[in-house]
Design a protein around this ligand. Structure first.
Ligand code: NAD
Length: 512
């Protein structure tokens, strides 16, 4: 999450990238970009190491992954420093959004994996039950390529890596070039916990390395990042016929109903729009508030937004810097265009030019509409954008008027009403009376609709999707031949037609 500059090539011929802290503009390190040949060599090592790891009982894999908790807790001060230096986020955000989330992922998945990946006898239905038995086993896919973004670099790298490893795969992890050390820390924790060296490898680099990893011949790609890169990843995976999960961008809507607790809704609107300087895939990016309560809601949100302090990780602050220079340009462009088109910034509305680093003032925009890019494209900045709507019907219509469909939220005191609104929202997930938290709930099958992605990153299916569910069907009886086998005779036809009787109205329910 730093400012990235291309440096002169290294003595080994590799490209080198220099990184500066976005909060202070001080240098924070450099990386050497892994080439396609480096990626190929890493894959060969991973292929050699994976069978041993895949044959390790899942309980033992889980024990190793779980001991990552002790490593993480011991290394907490150093991890926080790496995170805040590279990103400019506040220390509280580094601990809350990254370390706490990582501890929960390590704890949860390692506790669940032995059951969720255990061989499973599944009862067969009706007429098959007396004839056959079914065992489902979850076998590793092989080598998984994991490519991650800069906004939650540690947690978003660790979560898929832990799942892929628990399922018995080797992992090649390519963190974002904007947050390389924070992403690599996910692997360092697990390697120190005892994951064998070549089973988990980190590839430093930018899009060049990412593209090489997608093309190199891994067995699955787990990608978290932007829609445009996601499309390229999907196209390559389609050509190779390998599975991928794509966790992409969002433009999450928050609906504030007339019966909402306005204090909670306004506080949540500010928090979930601005947390992590607004750079969360599931941040609140659009707020639709029902006209009858709009004035009161806006007044409360403005009061909360005005109190926010921004600053470097070493200053007392609620909001950190924008993590990336290019993102700051996008935020500035969208807010300026909205203001020119008639939106009002009741709070903030511009970058803080008095500071050295990349700071955009927490901003409350009203009088926005869907002609403005700030309501259509991902802003990924500390912007609380509020649009008044006539009623809840209009709010749902506006919320669904987006190419994105990652998550969303509804604020109402009537939970049943909240659920029925949620079911009409075209998003992968919805939270009621809360927002920007659901990725942190590992039971929830989090994933996007529309341009926000393909597949799930959490929930039991996400873990099992790092394996091949192999059904093994066992015939129960040792007869010489089945009556439906060759030779076909008139008696065979009669026998099979007899089976159709089972689907008549009297017993079809019983056999299902
Ligand atoms: P990005 O797409 O620019 O980069 C993501 C990763 O892909 C980086 O590691 C990058 O080096 C790599 N990459 C770049 N070009 C590549 C290529 N051609 N092939 C393979 N890999 C390549 O995204 P970003 O700017 O780092 O991340 C921000 C985006 O991620 C936002 O849109 C945000 O909403 C999204 N995001 C989504 C989720 C989610 O769970 N849905 C979570 C966090 C972030």
């Amino acid at each position: 999450m730093a400012i990235v500059e291309e440096l002169a090539r290294g003595a080994d011929g590799r490209r080198r990238l220099g990184l500066k802290s976005p909060a202070t503009l001080e240098p924070v390190g450099e990386i050497s970009v892994a080439t396609a040949a480096d990626v190929q060599a890493a894959l060969a090592r991973a292929r050699a190491a994976q069978p041993g790891w895949g044959a390790t009982p899942v309980a033992e894999r889980a024990r190793i992954v779980r001991s990552g908790l002790d490593v993480l807790l011991r290394r907490k001060p150093e991890l926080v420093e790496v995170l805040v230096r590279e990103s400019g986020k506040t220390r509280i955000e580094a601990v809350a959004m990254e370390l706490v989330a990582c501890c929960d992922f390590l704890n949860y998945w390692s506790a669940r994996a032995p059951d969720d990946l255990a061989d499973e006898w599944r009862k067969l239905h009706g007429y098959m039950r007396p004839l056959k038995k079914l065992l489902v086993t979850y076998r590793p896919l092989g080598v998984v390529g994991i490519i991650t973004p800069w906004n939650g670099p540690l947690a978003l790298s660790l979560n898929p890596t832990v799942q892929a490893l628990l399922a018995g795969n080797a992992v090649l992890l390519k963190p974002s070039e904007i947050s390389p050390r924070s992403g690599a820390a996910a692997a360092e924790i697990l390697l120190e916990a005892g994951v064998p060296k070549d089973v988990l490898q980190v590839l430093d680099g930018d899009g060049e390395t990412g593209a090489a990893l997608v093309d190199v011949g891994v067995d699955k790609v787990s990608f978290t990042g932007s829609v445009s890169t996601g499309r390229k990843v999907a196209a390559s995976c389609a050509r190779q016929l390998i599975p991928c999960t794509l966790e992409l961008g969002g433009k999450d809507a928050m609906i504030v109903c007339a019966d909402a607790d306005l204090d909670r809704a306004a506080q949540a609107a500010v928090f979930a729009s601005v947390l992590n300087t607004g750079q969360i895939c599931m941040s609140v990016e659009r707020i639709y508030v029902v006209e009858s309560v709009a004035d009161a809601f806006i007044a409360k949100a403005a009061e909360a937004a005005k109190k926010l302090r921004w600053g470097t990780p070493d200053e007392p602050a609620d909001v950190g810097s924008v993590f990336w220079d290019k993102q700051l340009e996008i935020i500035e462009r969208q807010v300026d265009a909205a203001k020119k088109a008639g939106a009002k910034a009741l709070v903030g509305g511009e970058r803080d030019t008095t500071r050295k680093g990349l700071f955009f003032k927490p901003t409350l925009l009203v009088d926005v509409n869907h002609d403005m890019t700030v309501m259509r494209e991902e802003t990924f900045g500390p912007v609380i954008a509020v649009q008044r709507v006539k009623d809840e019907e209009e709010a749902i219509r506006m919320a669904n008027d987006s190419p994105y469909g990652l998550s969303g939220s509804v604020f109402t005191k009537d939970v049943q009403k909240g659920i029925s609104i949620a079911k009409r929202m075209a998003t992968g997930s919805v939270t009621i009376n809360d927002a920007a938290v659901i990725y942190g709930v590992p039971e929830a099958p989090f994933g996007g609709l529309k341009e926000s992605g393909v597949g799930r990153v959490n929930g039991v299916d996400a873990l099992r999707d790092y394996s091949h569910a192999q059904p093994i069907l066992i015939h129960r009886w040792n007869t010489k031949r089945e009556r439906a086998w060759y030779p076909f005779t008139p008696a065979t036809l009669k026998e099979i037609e007899g089976a159709l009787k089972l689907f008549g109205p009297r017993i079809r329910n019983w056999i299902a």
